[in-house]
Structure formats: structure tokens, C-alpha cells
Write a protein that binds this ligand. Structure first.
Ligand SMILES: CC(C)(COP(=O)(O)OP(=O)(O)OC[C@H]1O[C@@H](n2cnc3c(N)ncnc32)[C@H](O)[C@@H]1OP(=O)(O)O)[C@@H](O)C(=O)NCCC(=O)NCCS
Length: 169
């Protein structure tokens, strides 16, 4: 039987992130990203948690934080864009649907405040992330050579929630 995301995620709760979550988030980032150039140090995490443009959520299981997602909202003249800035799940809890739930919940939240299109960057060789993002409507719009260090390329991806219904920007 194939379990859907909600079933696989049972026992996992999502909530908004607080400043007190910074050490847990740092631990998740360190466990999830082997390359230091891909993860945030705690000072950056604290700055994000304090940023009024940031939308941050954590996933909790058994009282422990096991994943997080943060996106930034940017206001343009008469539209808004979003950028998924980080998504990370504790590898011990990987493959349970937590990453998908974190990012789709974030995208729903951005859409509810009028964000038309969402961007993100990912390592070009990160097959798990690229597979997840592609499955929810992101497409590669730009290669980013050496983005994560010498010889470690990235890609910029974009998701258009209402493809074809808004002018190109
Ligand atoms: C990418 C990441 C967030 C996925 O989180 P997760 O909770 O393990 O993923 P989910 O269980 O929600 O799976 C969602 C999709 O991700 C992809 N995926 C997850 N693990 C995968 C793996 N080991 N190999 C290939 N694809 C994988 C699949 O497309 C999967 O969909 P499916 O279950 O329908 O096949 C997690 O692996 C992680 O934290 N990786 C390190 C940090 C990172 O790369 N963040 C993204 C940076 S841009």
C-alpha cells in the first residue's frame, strides 16, 4: 500500500519557528548538509528568524524539531515574489514526507499572501531536492556554476503557481 504524505507524516506537527528554535535548527542544518557552504551558521539562522520578511516553520516529532523551512517574501511595485531559502530534514527522519509537507505548507502560506512566483537555489547534484522540487512544479531557470564552492554547481529554480495567467517578469 502506498501511504500518502499525511499518513506518512502522522505524529509530525508543523508550527511557526521562534528565536528559541535556533539551536535546534542549526543542528538540523548541520545534519542535513554535508557541505558547509550549503548550510546556515547559527548567526544567519537567528537573523532569518528575526527578519520580518522571513516565513519560517519547523516540524516536530516526539517533542523534537526534525525539520524546518524558511522562505523570504519580496515586495515589488505591484506583485510579490518568494524565495525558499532553506529546507532541511534530519536525515534520521528522511523519506517520511516531512520535507514535502514543509515546503508545500510554505508555498501555500506564500500564496495566501499574494506571492505569485517562487524561486530557490539547489545543488545541481542534489537529486533528492531536485526530485522533490520538480514534483511540485519547480523548473530550472538558470545554471549557477560554482555556486556552492569551486566545482560545486547549483541551479536556480522557479515555480509559477498560475502558469500562463500572469505576464512574464
Ligand atoms: C531534500 C529533503 C528536504 C527531502 O526531505 P524528506 O523529508 O526526506 O523528503 P520526503 O520524504 O518529503 O520526500 C519528498 C520527495 O523528495 C524526493 N526524495 C526524498 N528522498 C530522496 C532520496 N533519497 N532520493 C531521491 N529522491 C528523494 C522524492 O521526490 C520524494 O518524493 P516521493 O516520496 O514521492 O518519492 C531532505 O532530503 C534534506 O533535508 N536534504 C538535505 C538538505 C537539502 O538538500 N535541502 C534542500 C536544499 S535546496
Amino acid at each position: 500500500m502506498t501511504l500518502d504524505t499525511a499518513e506518512r507524516c502522522s505524529g509530525v506537527k508543523l508550527r511557526g519557528a521562534f528565536m528559541a528554535d535556533a539551536p535546534s535548527i542549526e543542528r538540523i542544518e548541520a545534519a542535513a548538509f554535508a557541505n558547509p557552504n550549503e548550510r546556515f551558521p547559527i548567526a544567519r539562522i537567528r537573523a532569518l528568524l528575526a527578519n520580518p520578511r522571513a516565513r519560517s516553520i519547523v516540524a516536530e516529532s516526539g517533542g523534537n524539531s526534525v525539520g524546518w523551512c524558511v522562505a523570504l517574501v519580496r515586495a515589488h511595485a505591484n506583485w510579490r515574489s518568494g524565495r525558499v531559502y532553506s529546507l532541511a530534514v534530519d536525515p534520521a527522519m528522511g523519506g517520511l514526507g516531512i520535507g514535502r509537507t514543509l515546503v508545500t505548507t510554505t508555498l501555500d502560506s506564500l500564496a495566501s499572501e499574494g506571492v505569485e512566483r517562487v524561486y530557490l537555489e539547489a545543488r545541481a547534484s542534489n537529486t533528492a531536492a531536485l526530485s522533490l522540487y520538480t514534483s511540485i512544479g519547480f523548473g530550472v531557470v538558470e545554471p549557477l556554476p560554482d555556486y556552492y564552492g569551486a566545482g560545486i554547481d547549483g541551479v536556480r529554480m522557479r515555480r509559477l503557481p498560475m502558469l500562463g495567467t500572469i505576464p512574464d517578469r
